[in-house]
Design a protein around this ligand. Structure first.
Ligand code: ADP
Ligand code: MG
Length: 539
């Protein structure tokens, strides 16, 4: 359906055109006419389907520019979304005169907001808490409001805004038009609907349209303790400009973000416990390309609109099948091809089968890439880049410089290329990893094929070799017999582990306790030079 076929004024249609929207998305096509008609509406569609414009256009259409009182109240769960929605409304209204809009959210100077409100505002896009605050102060009056929009309603309820929302709704005139938009419809939403909407029309964009056609989906069967390693291998192989990594808990988000950062990846974490300021910083870094890997929980990522995500990783299998669709829908937008990788382990394969049935999609298995696969791919990518540069760019000045230097020092082209390659590392090996940023002083060397690890617990705390073997075997799932020599001191212990398992052990031990005490395990080497290498690697 075309926007021109709807009852939208020419100025707004120009705004739509400026945004580059060719035709209405299904949720827009179905809700805009109802909203223009004055009906109460419940709109359910997945993230990224254009729900904002679905309500923004009717809202703008119904504002009376001559009337300076508050006419429309739009509630959003977070400051970020309030800013995003306000921005979209402003852009749609670029050719419409006399619209006065104000985003209102916590964390912003309230005095400044009060002054802005005094100037007369017709549309408020705000978070429930701050809107309530203004209502209590009587700096915001809702008695002339004719339209209320609850955007991302499920999210607002998740965040505990139910009471605030009800109080706000109770204070607005009963004859108002109320529209609610949400990605999911849990029971509490239906309760709000029954209580505060009148004869609401339910518009659901059905699942079939939700499943995403142009996204290639694969899964990897991987031991939990090996997931982080797999993730870094895939990041190295595919070198996505932007990727999102979904985890089920805040704790995993924090830990994985720290681990990726330690290994030199431009990663940022996002979850509900972060202060708004931190969230803003993270999103800015991600949108601006300063961060390329966004690690997030479902809740934190919901409603955040970022295009151009090359790969979505399901680091944990989503708890709700519907989330799978929401998650992978972040990639493959705007006609581009997307890629989604899901990590499962053991019995989760059964869950994955159900998920495929539910989402009407196919997720194919992929073998875990070996380090030589990773290196080969990286080398191949590099040579492809090199080839393109040789064929398409003017390298005369570089050539001249190189010719002079090579002659002066009597280097061959191969010597120079090899050295440059070393400067621009494309390969990694198990010896170069450092999971932990700082490592303690070196003592003695490990046996051949083994890596020496340090543990900050020793004889003084009552630990014996049995406790150490038990903890490592228990956390990593590896048989105790692969553990090499254990050298116990008063306050610390050295343990030899086969090289191939070092990463796995280190990662699995990150939350381990011995004798009830949390312990820290790291590589027993001097602050390794490879750390610098990883840090400076440009992503
Ligand atoms: P939702 O609220 O459903 O998660 P948004 O309103 O944030 O989705 O829209 C997601 C993206 O789609 C935005 O970048 C928006 O500008 C774009 N968009 C919205 N409507 C259309 C349309 N009709 N055609 C093309 N892009 C659209
Ligand atoms: Mg939205």
């Amino acid at each position: 359906m075309k926007f021109e076929e709807m009852n939208i004024s020419p100025a707004l249609l120009r705004g739509v055109q400026e945004m580059g929207y060719e035709e209405a998305t299904p949720i827009q096509a179905q809700t805009i006419p109802l909203l223009l008609d004055g009906r109460d509406v419940i709109g359910q569609a997945q993230t990224g389907t254009g729900k904002t414009a679905a309500f923004a256009l009717p809202v703008l259409e119904k504002i009376d520019p001559a009337n300076h009182s508050l006419q429309t109240l739009i509630l959003c769960p977070t400051r970020e979304l309030a800013i995003q929605v306000a921005g979209e409304i402003r852009r749609l209204a670029s050719f419409t005169h006399g619209i006065r809009l104000l985003p209102v959210y916590g964390g912003q100077d309230i005095g400044q907001q009060i002054r802005a409100l005094r100037g007369g505002v017709q549309i408020i896009v705000g978070t429930p808490g701050r809107v309530m605050d203004h209502m209590r102060r009587r700096t915001l009056r809702v008695d002339r409001v004719h339209t209320v929009i609850l955007d991302e309603a499920d999210e607002m309820l998740n965040m505990g805004f139910r009471e605030d929302i009800e109080t706000i709704l109770q204070d607005t005139p009963v004859e108002r038009q109320t529209a609610l938009f949400s990605a999911t419809m849990p029971p509490p939403i239906l309760e709000i609907t029954h209580q505060y909407q009148r004869d609401a029309q339910l518009v659901r964009v059905v699942k079939k349209e939700l499943t995403v056609q142009n996204i290639e989906q694969y899964y990897f069967d991987v031991r939990p303790s090996y997931k982080a390693e797999l993730l870094t291998r895939l990041l190295d192989m595919y070198t996505p400009h932007l990727s999102m990594v979904f985890c089920n808990t805040k704790r995993t988000v924090d830990e994985l973000t720290a681990l990726l950062q330690n290994q030199g990846y431009a990663a940022e974490g996002l979850h509900g416990d972060l202060k708004q300021q931190q969230r803003d910083r993270v999103m800015e870094a991600f949108r601006g390309g300063k961060a390329s890997v966004l690690v997030a929980t479902d809740v934190a990522a919901r409603g955040i609109d970022v295009d151009d995500v090359d790969i979505v990783f399901n680091y944990d299998l989503p708890q709700d099948d519907e989330y799978y669709v929401h998650r992978i829908g972040r990639t493959g937008r705007a006609g581009k091809n997307g890629l989604a990788f899901t990590f499962i382990s053991g019995r989760e394969i059964y869950h994955l089968r159900d998920l495929q049935r539910y989402c009407h999609t196919r997720i194919s298995p992929r073998p875990i890439p070996s380090l030589s696969d990773v290196n080969e791919t990286r080398m191949e990518n590099l040579f492809q880049e090199v080839g393109t540069i040789i064929e398409t760019e003017d390298l005369t000045s570089y050539r001249n410089v190189l010719e002079c230097r090579m002659e002066e020092h009597n280097y061959s082209a191969i010597d120079v290329a090899a050295a440059l390659l070393k400067l621009h590392p494309v390969s990694r090996d198990l010896n170069s990893d450092d999971m932990m940023p700082a490592s303690p002083r070196v003592l003695h060397d490990a046996e051949e094929g083994m890596v020496r690890l340090f543990l900050n617990i020793g004889k003084e705390q009552g630990a014996g070799p049995g406790n150490i073997v038990g903890a490592i075997a228990g956390e990593s799932g590896l048989p105790g017999k692969i553990i090499g020599s254990i050298d116990m001191h008063d306050k610390y212990t050295f343990v030899d582990i086969p090289k191939d398992h070092a990463r796995e052990v280190l990662y699995s031990m990150r939350n381990a306790k011995i004798l009830g005490k949390p312990v820290r395990m790291e590589r027993a080497t001097q602050k390794s030079t490879s750390e610098r290498k990883w840090k400076t690697r440009n992503r």
